[in-house]
Ligand binder design. Structure first.
Ligand code: KIV
Ligand code: ZN
Length: 503
């Protein structure tokens, strides 16, 4: 019998909890749409009670997504469960995800509850949640440091009151593959009513074993893996979705498991998430790093040319990495542009297509050829900028700089049809440009916490992708800019970040 493993994506909840990874509503919806295209089974869209912003984003994701279950996290208290239900109720097959810690450490020091109280509380919380819907997940937080037989009692209480998914998380990334396999198989085989209950793993990566531990959980009988795109998450992160999914697909002989994912959407989803949080994949990151399919050593290249399977266990195409890099140029028309985007998996609506095509033409004037990486960057920047339509926009700038004078920059910005011009001096052209922008916009005090520029493709005329991260009171605001001129890309990125901060 086919063993279908459900993929529960928690990028928008556990992933977003990691420092520097906060996202605004628009960005969360963008990611939710990618996850829907990827065909994950469940999207955990947030922790509805934690803030009005989180509530709104869970609700909007539930309203937007039609092909996946949308879940909200809730502590085992009525007000959390009420908020979770209110946020997900409009989704298709909504899920409430209730949790309570079961390890001696957490019960004594965090919850200040006796084991008996934890069992009672579990029963009451699941029963309460079940009044709202039938899709209830219960998690024993810190399961891997909990007593197995005690957990059996807690899980019995949850299942008896209507939980249909039981998650045994490795909250602190402490377990090992053997132990995780045993844990799942022990609890599953010792509870009173295992039928109809899906067991789930949720692993953190503190010792670098999250993927291995999740896969071992599958061997122990888990039918759901909780994971995040690019392995984002608290501290060292969660299990990487792309790693567990491709491991199961590459080794059916070991795992005998399938998922319903369209794995060709992995590369695009990964890039979207990295862009939104203002990071790029480490070069050697499995599946999504730039070098994941690069063969540099002569002996490897020779083998791959003779037969790809010599050094390639999965194909770039299977995860949506395109190697037949077609190029377009200034003579390419809208039709060729649209066709190539479709081949790359981008279905744009009319308005988006017009905007991206305009941007494409601007790029063509500066760059001889435009390849797939450039096209992906144009589309992704366009969708990230769409929300900022009402903010400040760059009209023009002029810099004067050398290594023996103070740099000067004049910037003209436009907002709601009005133009604003300022000039500033600075330690280099960007410092001067940012100073001039600040004089116009007057943003609140912020820390300039990160600034990166990387090239989208090869060649001297490549597009520069600039990302700027501003921090205010622990919240980060990422801005992006794309141009063949790196000063322009940086100025646009700064304006983009400031627009988000002003909001
Ligand atoms: O790591 C963890 O234990 C969690 C639970 C809330 C599921 O994220
Ligand atoms: Zn977690």
């Amino acid at each position: 019998m086919e063993n279908h493993i459900k993929i529960f994506d928690t990028t928008l909840r556990d992933g977003e909890q990691s420092p520097g990874c906060s996202m605004n509503l628009k960005e969360k919806i963008e990611i939710a749409k990618c996850l829907e295209r990827l065909k994950v089974d469940i999207i955990e869209a947030g922790f509805a009670i934690s803030s009005p912003g989180d509530f709104e984003s869970v609700k909007t994701v539930a309203e937007t997504v039609k092909e996946c279950t949308v879940a909200s996290l809730a502590r085992s208290v009525e007000k959390d469960i009420d908020a979770a239900w209110e946020a997900v109720r409009c989704g298709v097959d909504p899920r409430i995800h209730v949790f309570l810690a079961t390890s001696p450490l957490h019960m004594e020091y965090k919850l200040k509850m006796t084991p008996e109280q934890v069992i009672e509380n579990t029963a009451a919380a699941v029963k309460y949640a079940r009044k709202f819907c039938s899709n209830i997940e219960f998690s024993c937080e810190d399961a891997t440091r909990s007593d197995y037989d005690f957990m059996v009692k807690v899980v019995n209480a949850a299942v008896a009151n209507g939980a249909t998914t039981i998650n045994l998380p490795d909250t602190v990334g402490y377990t090992t593959p053997d132990e995780m396999r045993q844990l799942i198989s022990y609890v599953k085989s010792h509870i009173d009513r295992p039928d109809g209950v899906t067991f789930s793993v949720h692993c953190h990566n503190d010792l670098g074993m999250a993927t291995a531990n999740s896969l071992a959980g599958v061997l122990g009988g888990a039918g759901q893996i909780e994971c995040t795109i690019n392995g984002l998450g608290e501290r060292a992160g969660n299990t990487s979705l792309e790693e567990v999914v491709m491991a199961m697909r590459t080794r059916p002989d070991i795992y005998g498991a399938t998922t319903r994912l369209d794995t060709t959407q992995i590369a695009r989803t990964s890039k979207t998430v990295y862009n939104i949080i203002g990071q790029t994949a480490p070069l050697n990151k499995p599946i999504v790093g730039k070098n994941a399919f690069a063969h540099e050593a002569g002996i490897h290249q020779h083998g791959v040319l003779a037969n790809k399977a010599t050094y390639e266990i999965l194909t770039p195409e299977s995860v949506g990495v395109h190697t037949n890099n077609l190029v377009l140029g200034k003579h390419s028309g809208k039709h060729a542009f649209e066709t190539r985007l479709k081949e790359l998996g981008f279905e744009l609506d009319k308005e988006e297509l017009i905007k991206c095509f305009e941007e494409f033409k601007v790029v063509c004037d500066k760059k001889k050829t435009v390849n797939d990486e450039d096209l992906e960057a144009i589309v992704s920047h366009n969708s990230m900028a769409a929300d900022e339509d009402k903010g400040y926009k760059l009209d023009w700038f002029s810099v004067n700089t050398s290594n023996f004078t103070t740099a000067t920059c004049t910037v003209s910005l436009e907002k709601d049809g009005e133009k604003f011009e300022e000039v500033a001096l600075g330690d280099g052209p960007l410092d001067a440009a940012f100073g001039a922008i600040n004089k116009i916009v007057r943003p609140s005090e912020h820390i300039f916490s990160d600034f990166r520029i990387y090239s989208i493709s090869e060649g001297k005329d490549t597009l520069g992708d600039a990302t700027i991260k501003l921090n205010v009171d622990g919240k980060s605001f990422n801005g992006h800019g794309l141009s063949t001129d790196v000063i322009q890309a940086s100025i646009v990125a700064y304006i983009n970040a400031v627009n988000k901060l002003l909001k």
